[in-house]
Ligand binder design. Structure first.
Ligand SMILES: NC(=O)c1ccc[n+]([C@@H]2O[C@H](COP(=O)([O-])OP(=O)(O)OC[C@H]3O[C@@H](n4cnc5c(N)ncnc54)[C@H](OP(=O)(O)O)[C@@H]3O)[C@@H](O)[C@H]2O)c1
Length: 231
């Protein structure tokens, strides 16, 4: 019998992260659902059947990340899949000429530094997997051609997340860990809104494919619709 793989998903109390948890459970993985809001995270975990556990983690706070990694180490050994999904989209009524430094920092803390810190903290467990994978959820707004001066902090944070992915691939591929980054498309979640073109199931699909089936030699690439796209 094949050994059961374990995946951890950040920001999974709702939206695309929540759907990713459901799809991974349906494929037989053990899943650690993480969220910054304990009540919402526990409720989300309780909504699933299958091998799911809740772990509190605020990806903008290193103390919270370290606490979560310690708690993970108490109940688990290896981690096979890390999905850095948590994100914020706070750029209402600002543009590149008016955005304040504090807002740029706040967005980067969650969307860019969060995935990097979480990957660093869980690296000891990823190293214990035979074939670990890290998936960062970026956006078309992080593509060079997708940058919009009306969405400044979000675009820059996702552009930099793509850069983080390139560097993590350089560092981790030699250690047998694949690192991918992807855009889910425009998805009907609280972030994407009701007019978005994609269902939540479609939004989660590429992440789940990268977590389980994508060729490992495509580590370091940017994806949409299970295909490599340009930066
Ligand atoms: N929806 C789209 O059209 C779209 C398009 C491109 C990319 N994306 C990306 O896809 C990912 C998921 O987005 P979504 O549409 O599912 O958004 P969502 O419905 O707003 O969900 C975002 C999730 O991230 C969590 N989160 C935010 N800050 C966090 C923090 N500091 N620590 C831990 N969790 C945190 C939220 O928790 P709370 O409930 O506590 O706020 C929530 O669970 C994001 O990275 C987003 O940028 C989305």
């Amino acid at each position: 019998m094949k050994e059961q793989k374990t995946a951890l998903v950040t920001g999974a109390n709702k939206g695309i992260g929540h759907e990713i948890v459901g799809q991974l459970l349906a494929k037989g993985l053990r899943v650690i659902l993480t969220a910054r809001n304990e009540a919402a995270g526990q409720k989300a975990a309780n909504s699933f059947r299958g091998d799911v556990q809740f772990l509190p983690m605020d990806v903008s706070d290193d103390a919270s990340i370290e606490k979560a990694a310690r708690a993970y180490g108490e109940r688990s050994d290896a981690l096979d899949v890390l999905i850095n999904n948590a994100g914020i989209y706070p750029d209402e009524n600002v543009d590149i000429l008016t955005i304040r430094r504090e807002q740029l920092v706040k967005t980067f803390q969650t969307n860019t530094f969060g995935p990097l810190s979480v990957t660093q903290a869980f690296l000891p467990f990823l190293k214990k997997s035979d074939a670990a994978r890290v998936i960062n959820i970026s956006s078309g707004y992080g593509e060079v051609g997708g940058l919009s001066q009306k969405v400044p902090s979000y675009c820059l944070s996702k552009l930099a997340l793509n850069g983080v992915t390139i560097m993590l691939d350089q560092a981790l591929r030699p250690q047998g860990i694949a690192v991918y980054v992807m855009c889910p498309g425009w998805v009907r979640t609280d972030m994407g809104g009701a007019n978005a073109t994609r269902s939540i199931q479609e939004g989660a699909d590429t992440a789940v494919w990268l977590a389980i089936d994508a060729p490992r030699d495509l580590s370091g690439k940017f994806f949409r619709n299970r295909s490599v796209i340009g930066w």
